[in-house]
Design a protein around this ligand. Structure first.
Ligand code: GCW
Length: 719
């Protein structure tokens, strides 16, 4: 007993001293530098820092360097004058112009507003190390990269590095409600403490901004796309202003979601018709009011005419008329409208897969320049794996942005370790064949093949009030990878993972190898035990937690049976020309290739084809057997992930170890539950025995069907 108390006191002490790794510090945990040659190289830089200017961004860079110096060396950094011994030079190109040769000047200028250059700089026989941007924001990004290179032990004072983002808006979308619940949030409540704002400023806001800035995330939309007009009231704008003021020096612009019916709800108008002069006046005045408080306000993110949200269709107007009305109000202030393409209507009896293209293709060329259409990565809804959305490449004149979901609504929520970057990479690297023959999704959203300047990658946030921000420690890796890909959509997931592992778990090669293999296999594992071979939308109704392939009744495209279409003959959704022909919305190269069930990549087979149970796959096995093998292999991978993790006991921080180990045990149970429930259910259609090689599904289908989760997190209010 006494020993236990001593132990508890010891842990409490560790936590209070910040020794224990509870995840709060994210990837910005500046640990002592153990490598002595690196330490010798870096220490003098922290002993002689010189800023070439003064502004709020430099003030916070200074604070970051202080934090880092205490972490790396357990001592205060020294800020010097130019004439004293200054080793680390920090400033913009114009501030340093007299020290830069023409070639340096030109090189840095080309990096644009947000790019940075860092490297050795010699002056009067003295060598310095300089971090230079064209703006303070570029400098900030350079400093974070410099600190990261120290943390990952890749810093080299003799080489130069420059970088600049490929996408203009790199944005988090919070689905946070004003009552602090978070739609599809699995990490506690919203970090926006609206009730205590504007008076109380939670220190978390700063750490949130630091984390985002360290990745180059430069925009956030604070509120749920299922919007509440209340946030546009004066008292709430006061609160938003506090956040905007805090985020500004970190280079982060604030956006809000605009509820289309706000003119009725708060303007006492009878209509929200976008062509009505009073409605236009309402929005113009509201926008002017916001900009008076927040001069660099980003603009509005809008979900309209989708899942019951109000929109222009109520008034016989189209998306362009709706978006343009807001865009006109925002244009004088250089604000933009981000209009979501996630639309599907109750009335239209078309495969939901087709609806965005049906609504947006005819409007190509009708949207104002400050409108960007935000498109989910796939046409259905953030499923464990989706083919890329057919709107990418289908319009030429419209600005298109990407929407990924960082929060794991359909991918294990916060109980499962699923590293999402390989999934995003797969989408980004997909060839679209349009608008140019070598175009990929990445080249459309970074503007290089689509010739657009207004470019965007948005990620639906997985952040909440949990001490470790994301519920599952590995949720941090998804936030991290999203930021990295938004900066450069051509990056490689395993390299991103490596960097995050370095920053989170340190340098031990065995630890790195093991965790990297866990992360890299995790997405395919989840696809296998949830929805292999192109199956989709099999999750439990509304909360989307766990399997529910039997879900039927009510609105068809909210059920599982609508998507898998299993019957005694076979399974899958025929989206070829004999079915819904959603495939016809892709470029002819893709449509013709994928319309053949023997040619389509098998990972998409049942997404586009209804296939007989005895159809032979490339392995020469039947579809039924392959379905069994895939579900089973998913479970086996989950177990392998835990075995790998457990072998790290003693090599990593005990708190991190236990947190993940416990969650992996849950993940195995959930994977088994998925496999058992889905295979037993599908067997009622196939009437075939399970393949020999697999562990036979256990349990009772009726029991699985009877499970209910009314208190699962993240459920939509009134849903
Ligand atoms: O994935 C679905 C979610 C809804 C969400 C919607 C959307 C915000 O289940 O909760 O609503 O997508 O993206 O608008």
């Amino acid at each position: 007993m006494k020993n236990r108390i001593v132990l508890i006191l010891f842990f409490t002490f560790l936590i209070s001293q910040g020794f224990s790794k509870d995840g709060y510090k994210l990837w910005l945990d500046y640990q002592p530098i153990e490598n002595s040659s690196l330490s010798n190289e870096v220490k003098p830089l922290f002993g002689g820092i010189y800023f070439f200017g003064k502004n709020p961004t430099y003030d916070l860079i200074q604070k970051e360097l202080e934090l880092a110096s205490w972490g790396f060396f357990n001592r205060e950094p020294e800020f010097k004058n130019l004439n004293q011994e200054s080793h680390l030079w920090i400033g913009t190109r114009s501030e340093l112009s007299q020290f830069l040769g023409l070639d340096h000047q030109a090189k840095i200028k080309d990096l644009g507003d947000e790019g940075y250059w860092r490297g050795p700089l010699n002056h009067n026989g003295e060598s310095h190390y300089a971090i230079i941007g064209n703006t303070p924001k570029g400098v900030l990004y350079g400093v974070f990269d410099f600190l990261r290179s120290i943390q990952t032990e890749t810093f080299d004072s003799t080489t130069e590095k420059s970088d600049s983002p490929k996408i203009k808006l790199r944005m988090l979308n919070h689905w946070d409600n004003l009552d602090r619940t978070v739609e599809r949030g699995y990490a506690g409540f919203s970090i926006w403490d609206w009730h205590r704002l504007p008076g109380y400023v939670d220190p978390r806001y700063i750490d949130y901004a630091r984390a985002n800035a360290s990745l180059g995330i430069n925009a956030v939309s604070l509120t749920n796309v299922n919007a509440n007009a209340w946030v546009l009231r004066e008292d709430f704008i006061e609160k938003v202003k506090v956040l905007a003021d805090l985020f500004r020096p970190y280079g982060i612009q604030v956006f809000l979601t605009a509820r289309f019916s706000a003119p009725i709800e708060m303007g006492n108008l009878e209509t929200a018709d976008p062509l009505d002069p009073e409605v236009r006046k309402f929005w113009k005045e509201r926008v002017d009011l916001i900009y008076k408080e927040i001069p660099d306000f980003g603009g509005f993110l809008v979900k309209a005419n989708s899942e019951g949200q109000p929109g222009p269709h109520e008034y016989g107007r189209n998306h362009a008329e709706g978006a343009n009305m807001l865009a006109e109000a925002l244009a004088p202030h250089e604000g933009i409208v981000i209009w979501r393409a996630f639309v599907y209507s109750h009335e239209i009896d078309e495969d939901r897969h087709k609806q965005a293209n049906l609504e947006f293709e005819p409007l190509d060329g009708k949207f104002l320049d400050n409108v960007i259409i935000q498109v989910k990565n796939g046409a259905i809804d953030f499923q464990p794996r989706e083919p890329f959305h057919p709107l990418f490449g289908a319009v030429e004149k419209t600005n298109l942005g990407m929407e990924f979901q960082i929060t794991q609504e359909y991918l294990g929520q916060a109980t499962q370790l699923v590293y999402l970057s390989p999934m995003w990479e797969e989408v980004l690297q997909s060839p679209t064949y349009r608008p140019t023959s070598n175009a990929t999704v990445a080249s459309i959203i970074d503007g290089s093949s689509s010739n657009k300047n207004l470019t965007l990658m948005a990620g639906v946030s997985n952040i909440g009030t949990d001490r470790n921000w994301t519920g599952h420690l590995f949720g941090q890796a998804n936030w991290y990878a999203f930021g990295k890909l938004a900066w450069d959509p051509y990056l490689n997931s395993s390299e991103i993972a490596k960097e995050w592992i370095d920053l989170t778990f340190g340098q031990n090669p065995e630890v790195q190898r093991n965790i990297s293999s866990i992360m890299q296999s995790s997405h395919e594992a989840a696809v296998n035990y949830m929805t292999p071979l192109g199956l989709h939308h099999l999750m439990g109704r509304s909360h989307h937690y766990g399997p529910g392939p039997w879900v039927e009744g009510g609105r068809a495209d909210w059920t599982s049976v609508y998507y898998h279409r299993a019957d005694s003959q076979g399974i899958g959704f025929d989206r070829t020309s004999t079915g819904s022909n959603a495939l016809g919305q892709y470029a002819p190269e893709i449509a013709s290739n994928w319309s053949n069930p023997n040619q389509i990549p098998e990972k998409f087979l049942l997404w586009f084809h209804h296939v007989p149970w005895d159809f032979k796959l490339k392995s020469r096995r039947t579809l039924w057997d392959e379905i069994g093998l895939h579900y089973d292999s998913g479970v086996k991978s989950a177990r392998e992930m835990k075995r790998n993790w457990d072998s790290l006991e003693g090599l990593i921080d005990a708190e991190q170890f236990s947190h993940v180990s416990q969650l992996l045990a849950i993940q195995i149970q959930e994977a088994e539950w998925w496999r058992n429930a889905c295979l037993l259910y599908f067997q009622t259609f196939s009437n075939l025995p399970f393949p020999e090689e697999i562990e036979k599904p256990k349990g009772d289908l009726e029991y699985f069907k009877s499970l209910r989760f009314p208190f699962a997190p993240g459920i939509r209010p009134n849903w």
